[in-house]
Design a protein around this ligand. Structure first.
Ligand code: FMN
Ligand code: ADP
Length: 273
């Protein structure tokens, strides 16, 4: 990483299609420099590493936000002594009051400054805050189109109420509090257990279990057979099926879950065509 000749700089929460355009400019010896604001919740912390083969250096915003432009460049050159190229996007700003832009980099850096033009999807500029809004309203397709991959959360296994398997269907419950949780409801998903290679087709519920104990849950029912989850699971969202709902009886909820399973099968099958 220290030998890198090119770096791309930004927050990079989501590792979306716009970010990927920057990474394409890095060449063979590149590093991604993540400026951590503490607000990343699409790809928190090291989760970003699943979406690029380049090494990532994490820098706290607090450590650089006060710097003048020349100090910022010196800071980067100290970290990367062989630095020849800096890649940023059209709207990158840095330093005191975010007053510096790529113009300042171009003026003060003695290497190449590559500025990537605005990347859009169907005429709409791609940004992580827009992806967050889409996820919050349950527009999974829209979020995935901007991301260039399925929105995916992951977390350690937690105990459920213990009634799923007996009264409804078996589910894997996880704690995914580091992530932005999609709008409460039911989704067609793919779930990977304990970091195994394989993603299982699944249907997932996110929200307050208003029909039973009212507590918040993120849970996934695997569709292609029984699985044993020991440690953690990763849930990848494919499409929104319906909103969370309070049913009058458990029997009605059970019926709804059976419909959800059927619908999830259909949506996931479409993926394979
Ligand atoms: C596909 C699916 C859909 C669900 N939909 C709802 C729902 O609309 N309303 C609700 O209160 N709970 C819903 N649940 C959550 C159930 O209430 C939950 O699975 C049940 O309370 C068992 O919880 P346990 O696994 O913690 O024992 C759903 C669960 C699944 C798997
Ligand atoms: N849609 C886009 N098109 C081109 N560059 C982008 C785009 N979105 C972000 N970038 C660039 O990627 C880097 C990381 O940006 P960041 O602010 O973390 O992304 P976002 O705006 O999505 O939150 C910055 O250099 C930024 O200019």
């Amino acid at each position: 990483m220290r030998d890198s000749t090119a770096i791309a700089i930004g927050g990079f929460d989501g590792m979306h299609i716009g970010h990927q355009h920057l990474f394409r400019e890095l060449g063979e010896r590149g590093t991604i420099v993540v400026i951590e604001t503490g607000y990343a919740n699409l790809t928190p912390k090291k989760e970003r590493e699943n979406y690029s083969h380049y090494p990532i250096l994490y820098i706290e915003l607090e450590d650089i936000r006060h710097l003048e432009a020349d100090e910022f460049i010196s800071f980067l050159k100290e970290k990367f002594t062989k630095l020849q190229k800096i890649v940023v996007g059209y709207d990158f700003h840095f330093g005191k009051d975010r007053k510096y832009s790529f113009d300042d980099l171009r003026e003060l850096f003695d290497g190449e400054v590559k500025v990537v033009d605005e990347v859009s999807y169907e005429g709409d500029s791609i940004h992580s805050h827009k992806i967050r809004t889409k996820i919050k309203i349950g527009d999974i397709k829209g979020a995935n189109d901007f991301l260039g991959h399925n929105y995916t959360i992951n977390g350690p296994l937690v105990a459920g109420q213990g009634i799923g398997k007996k009264e409804f269907v078996a589910t894997i419950n996880i704690d995914a509090r580091e992530y932005l949780t999609p709008k409460e409801g039911v989704y067609a998903t793919l779930t990977r257990i304990d970091d195994d290679e394989h993603f299982h087709p699944s249907v997932s519920f996110i929200g307050h279990r208003v029909t039973t104990d009212g507590s918040f849950a993120v849970e996934s029912h695997i569709l292609d057979g029984e699985v044993l989850c020991r440690d953690r699971a990763r849930i990848s969202f494919v499409s929104h099926l319906r909103d969370n709902k309070k049913f009058n009886t458990k029997a009605e909820l059970k019926k709804a879950i059976e419909c959800d399973i059927e619908e999830a099968y259909k949506r996931l099958k479409l993926l394979q065509l």
